[in-house]
Ligand binder design. Structure first.
Ligand code: GLN
Length: 551
């Protein structure tokens, strides 16, 4: 697509945060893609961190990692899961990154003689970043989600950039979708439009007219409420789209499509809308997800479980794997800080599978080690991701290899058995931002292993986000005891996948497969984990009935 004919859609939010702009943008992207357009979605975040990599997950939920190693907002995960298309560093821009590049240019002398100001220097840099995706020639529609809420001081430069871009591009080449809240007042039994009117007015004060309103609501919006919103917010009558609370995020695109959301957008952008989108796959997925034949309970052992968004990609990857195996998955959230030798049985007893989550720092690590031990002894299908794999290794070293103080040097720098160690290249790094092993790295898989069965391929690539690695000095000892490195980086020899040869499914991966799972392509590692848990559950049942019959 010629850069000049690319269409730009901006999604802003009003009234409150957390309305789900990311899901609305992803749903729209998916619907437009299903009509044959090539779409990508970008997020502009108004905070000063250069990227969210240094944020605690409690602050901002999971940090999502792209193929090219960008540490990004979790909304990028939704974009990839809905569109089944990788994003990149260019899809994630923060105020911090904008200022960083403007200040670097200033120091270099690019603006020599000029006063560097928010307008035009910051706004020009924002516009340049927005247009960057359009100039790649890969996409015909770019959706840009503006983080934060209209009226926030910190989003002003983004809003001003959107104003300038819509002015530059003209009506049929750009549009603004405003997502707001229509609250229900139980005392008067009414849906209130006033907050939306105020937020649209705020947008207008910044020179932006919303073309479409998407109204988040707990209840259906009656026709008169929609008309009132249209009249007082100055949008066309059919351009008020209701977005009622849904049972799952995957129902949202279907709900929006029913109200002709994609058609309204195409009309606004002067694009053809006669051909209906092909939503067969999506409908099948939602149907399987809502009406599964089997049920499983999987424990997710982690330290950030009180904010479930911290594990967004993992829980979504389980949803994808569940739908593809006709299985409903109930997650038992287990706070690793509470797992002790005394509590482990009551916290993990009865689950069909255990997922040991990634993480940083020492809090809750002992609980994860105890969970790995419980899982191994009870032969429960277990999947460890990143720190999850590392604790499986530590547990095995301590309890099978007899290396009593085996540890990761992240927690115990002086251990005599550093089975998980800082890689050489990391030893002199002091700066925290963007310095881990990040993004796609190759992994060579041993033929005949379970991992090979999972991937059906000898050479794969998976995304990483960590500093510490399996210490290969100990590999022989592990392999002699049947915990084997069946996946390694072909260039560096770093261990990527550990697999227990005698247990039904006891596997740890140093990378993050969850980032790659999408609705269309559930990740095979999660699928096999769920299948192993299903098999174990069936065997247990057969065993229990056999026992009863034998009594
Ligand atoms: N803290 C560990 C490391 O840096 C694991 C990281 C993770 O689980 N993402 O190696």
């Amino acid at each position: 697509m010629e850069p000049d004919s690319v269409k730009y859609i901006f999604v802003t939010g009003g009234v409150t945060s957390s309305l789900g702009k990311g899901i609305v943008a992803s749903s729209l992207g998916m619907l437009l893609q299903a009509r044959g357009h090539s779409v990508t979605i970008q997020k502009l975040d108004p905070y000063l961190n250069v990227d969210p990599g240094t944020l605690n997950p409690y602050e901002h939920g999971e940090c999502y990692v792209t193929e090219d190693g960008a540490e990004t907002d979790l909304d990028l995960g939704h974009y990839e899961r809905f569109l089944n298309r990788p994003t990149s560093q260019a899809n994630s821009v923060t105020t911090g990154r904008i200022y960083q590049s403007v200040i670097e240019k200033e120091r270099r002398g690019d603006y020599l003689g000029k006063t560097v100001q928010v307008v035009p220097h910051i706004t020009n840099e924002i516009k340049r970043r927005i247009k960057l995706l359009g100039s790649s020639g890969e996409y015909d529609i770019i959706i840009t989600e503006i983080g934060g809420t209209v009226g926030d001081i910190e989003s002003l430069p983004f809003i001003e950039s959107v104003r300038q871009m819509t002015w530059d591009l003209g009506e049929k080449n750009s549009m603004v979708i405003h997502l707001t809240l229509v609250p229900y007042l139980a005392s008067s039994g009414e849906l209130k439009t006033k907050p939306t009117q105020h937020s649209v007015r705020l947008l207008m004060e910044s020179g932006i007219r919303a073309d479409v309103l998407v109204a988040r609501t707990e209840y259906r919006l009656p026709k008169d409420v929609k008309e009132k919103l249209a009249l007082f917010c100055n949008v066309k009558k059919g351009n008020v789209i209701e977005c009622k609370d849904a049972g799952s995020i995957y129902e949202v695109p279907l709900m929006l499509h029913e109200q002709k959301f994609d058609e309204v957008v195409l009309k606004t952008l002067d694009l053809p809308f006669d051909k209906e989108p092909d939503l067969n796959n999506w409908n099948n997925f939602v149907d399987k997800f809502q009406n599964p034949s089997h049920q499983l309970e999987i424990a997710l052992v982690g330290k950030y479980v009180s904010l479930q968004d911290s594990y967004k990609s993992i829980t979504e990857a389980l949803v994808h794997a569940g739908a593809s195996t006709d299985t409903g998955i109930k997650i038992r959230w287990v706070y690793s800080g509470e797992v002790t030798a005394q509590t482990v049985d009551s916290l993990l007893g009865g689950v069909d599978g255990i997922l040991i989550a990634p993480g940083f720092g020492d809090r809750g690590v002992l609980g994860k080690i105890i969970s790995a031990n419980y899982a191994r002894r009870k032969k429960i299908p277990t999947f460890g991701i990143c720190l999850g794999m590392q604790v499986m290794v530590i547990e095995f070293a301590r309890n099978v290899l007899g290396l009593k103080d085996a540890d990761t040097t992240e927690i115990h720098g002086q251990t005599t058995h550093p089975v998980i160690n800082l890689m050489e290249g990391q030893k002199n790094i002091t700066s925290k931002g963007g310095t881990m092993r990040l993004g796609n790295w190759k992994c060579q898989i041993q033929k005949g292993s379970k991992a090979y069965e999972i991937y059906g391929n000898e050479l794969i690539q998976e995304r990483h986000r960590h500093r510490y690695e399996f210490n290969n000095d100990y590999l022989d000892d592990f392999e002699k005891s049947n915990f084997c490195a069946v996946g390694k980086n072909p260039d560096t020899g770093l261990v990527e996948i550990m697999e227990h040869k005698e247990l039904p499914f006891y596997m740890g991966v140093q990378f993050h497969p969850e980032y790659k799972s999408t609705v269309v392509k559930p990740h095979p590692f999660f699928v096999k984990f769920v299948e192993a848990a299903l098999l174990q559950k069936q065997n247990k049942k057969i065993h229990a009935t056999g026992k009863k019959a034998g009594q």
